[in-house]
Ligand binder design. Structure first.
Ligand SMILES: NC(=O)CC[C@H](N)C(=O)O
Length: 453
C-alpha cells in the first residue's frame, strides 16, 4: 500500500475511532475468511498471514485427495495479506468500532497468489486494461428469506406471512411482500449505507419469500467486493431478525431458483460505450463479445453454477421460472441466457443470466469477462438473435456439475486466461465436493429403493 493510501487509512481509522480490523479474503465459494487484529497493530504495518490452503478447501471443510494438488502444492505456503484501500468498510453491527478490509494475497516472494478468486478477476481485468478497454458490470442478486432450521434433512420453508403463502408466489414485484420484512430491510439499508454499499433497488421476486437486490453499474472488482460484503451483511441482518437469508441456487424444489445476473458493457479510452456503434445499434465488437460468451460459457459453467444444487435451478420444470437453460441471445428476451435490454445506445449491454446466486462473484465476473474477451480477440460471430421463446432451443449447457467440470478441463483457452494453476485446483476441489455428495445416501433413495429393489 502506498504512503498516501496508508495515511488515508489511518485518518479514516481516527475519524471512526476504529479499534479492531477484520482482515478479509474471499475463498472459492465467496465466503469471507480472515483474521482479526487490533487497529493499533494494523496501523503500525502489522499484516496477518494465512495459509494458501484456504483456496483448496471444499465446502465440507475438507481438502481434495488429489495427486495433482500434492504435486503442485506440496506444502501449505504462507500468504501475506495486503489491504486494498478501495475495499475498506465499517462493520455496522460491531459493538466496538471495527473495520472490515478486503485483502489481496501475496506469497512471501511478492508473487500474487493465483489461487485467490480476487487475483483471478484482477488477472482478467489486466487483459482488458492492456487493450484500453474498461469493462463495466452491474450484478443483480436474488435470495430467499426462510425460517431458521437446524435439521439439514428437513425442507426449508419461507417465513410465514403474506409473501410466504403459496398462492402469493409467482407474483413478482409485490410491494406488500417487501413491506412485510420492513424491519429487516430497514436495518439492511442502514447497514449498507454505513458501509457505502450502493444498493440500487430491492424487489419481490417470483418465489415466496424471494427478493432481489440490484447494484449500480461500475468497476467489476469493486462490484464483486460489494456483492460478497452485501451477502455477509444480509445474512447477518436476517439472523438478527430470526431468519436465514440464503443464496442457494435452488433451496426449495417447489419455488424458482435464485440467480446472480450480470449486466456487462465496455467503455473505450474516449469514455464511450464500445458495445454501441455510431448508428446507435449493437457494434461489431458487441457481436464478437456475445459470440465469445456463446462459444465459451458451456466450459465456464462451473463458475456460474459451482454446486450440485446449482443445476437444479437450471432444470426446466414448472417451478423453474425464468431461469435460462441456453446460451442464445436476444433483445429484451427473458427466455435466453444472454439478454440485451432495450435502451439508449450508451446503455447497450448484455445481461448474462446463467449465474446462480451461489456463484462466487469474483469468479463469475472473471469467467464472463474472459469468455467475452476471447470472442472479441478471435472475432467470433454469435448465432442470430432469438425472437420469441427460446425454451425450445433446448439445453446446450452441461446439466450437472460432473459434465460441467469435464467441459472446463477440456478448455485450454479459459485455463490460459484464468490461470492454469487456479483452474486445476478449482477442478480438484469441485470434484472432491461432487464425490463427497455422491457418497451421501439420500432420503429419496431410502424412500423409493429400500423395499422395492
Ligand atoms: N427476474 C428473473 O429474471 C428471475 C430469474 C430466476 N429466478 C433465475 O433463477 O434465473
Amino acid at each position: 500500500m502506498s504512503n498516501s493510501a496508508s495515511h488515508e487509512l489511518s485518518e479514516w481509522f481516527k475519524q471512526h475511532g476504529i479499534t479492531e480490523v477484520e482482515c478479509l479474503v474471499s475463498d472459492l465459494t465467496g465466503i469471507l475468511k480472515g483474521k482479526i487484529m487490533p487497529a493499533s497493530k494494523y496501523l503500525n504495518g502489522g499484516r496477518p498471514r494465512l495459509p494458501d490452503s484456504i483456496f483448496i478447501q471444499t465446502v465440507t471443510g475438507g481438502y481434495p485427495d488429489d495427486e495433482d494438488i500434492r504435486f503442485w502444492n506440496p506444502a501449505e505456503l504462507d500468504m501475506q495479506l495486503i489491504p486494498d484501500p478501495n475495499a475498506v468498510y465499517l462493520v455496522p453491527w460491531a459493538d466496538d468500532p471495527t473495520a472490515q478490509i478486503i485483502h489481496d494475497c501475496y506469497y512471501l516472494t511478492g508473487e500474487p497468489v493465483e489461487l485467490s478468486p480476487r487475483s483471478v478477476l484482477k488477472r482478467v481485468l489486466e487483459l482488458y486494461k492492456a487493450r484500453g478497454w474498461k469493462p463495466v458490470v452491474a450484478p443483480e442478486v436474488e435470495f430467499y428469506l426462510v425460517k431458521t432450521n437446524t435439521d439439514s434433512d428437513y425442507p426449508l420453508e419461507p417465513p410465514i406471512g403474506r409473501t410466504g403463502r403459496q398462492e402469493s408466489s409467482r407474483q413478482s414485484f409485490s410491494i406488500d411482500a417487501v413491506n412485510e420484512f420492513d424491519p429487516l430491510f430497514e436495518e439492511m439499508y442502514d447497514y449498507c449505507e454505513a458501509m457505502d454499499l450502493d444498493i440500487d433497488t430491492l424487489i419481490h421476486e417470483e418465489g415466496a419469500g424471494q427478493m432481489e437486490v440490484n447494484f449500480q453499474h461500475g468497476d467489476p472488482l469493486m462490484l464483486a467486493d460489494q456483492v460478497v460484503m452485501f451477502k455477509r451483511t444480509l445474512r447477518e441482518t436476517a439472523l438478527r431478525h430470526g431468519m436465514y437469508a440464503t443464496f442457494m441456487a435452488k433451496p426449495m424444489a417447489n419455488e424458482p431458483g435464485s440467480s446472480m445476473h450480470i449486466h456487462q458493457s465496455l467503455i473505450g479510452d474516449s469514455g464511450t460505450n464500445l458495445f454501441a456503434g455510431e448508428d446507435g445499434q449493437a457494434s461489431r465488437l458487441f457481436h464478437h463479445y456475445i459470440g465469445g460468451l456463446q462459444q465459451y460459457l458451456p466450459a465456464a459453467m462451473p463458475f456460474f453454477a459451482p454446486n450440485v444444487n446449482s443445476y437444479r435451478r437450471l432444470m426446466r420444470s414448472e417451478t423453474s421460472g425464468s431461469a435460462p437453460v441456453n446460451t442464445e441471445w436476444g433483445y429484451d428476451n427473458r427466455t435466453v441466457g444472454l439478454r440485451v435490454p432495450v435502451g439508449a445506445p450508451e446503455a447497450m449491454r448484455v445481461e448474462n443470466r446463467l449465474g446462480g446466486a451461489d456463484a462466487n462473484p469474483y469468479l463469475a465476473m472473471a469467467a464472463s469477462l474472459a469468455c467475452g474477451y476471447l470472442g472479441m480477440i478471435s472475432q467470433l460471430d454469435p448465432r442470430p438473435p432469438m425472437v420469441g421463446s427460446a425454451w425450445s432451443a433446448g439445453n446446450k449447457l452441461p446439466d450437472d456439475i460432473g459434465p460441467a467440470l469435464d467441459a472446463l478441463r477440456e478448455c485450454p483457452a479459459l485455463s490460459d486466461l484464468l490461470g492454469e494453476r487456479f483452474v486445476n485446483s478449482y477442478l480438484a476441489v469441485k470434484r472432491a465436493e461432487h464425490t463427497a455428495y455422491f457418497r451421501v445416501i439420500s432420503s429419496w433413495e431410502r424412500e423409493h429403493l429400500l423395499l422395492r429393489v
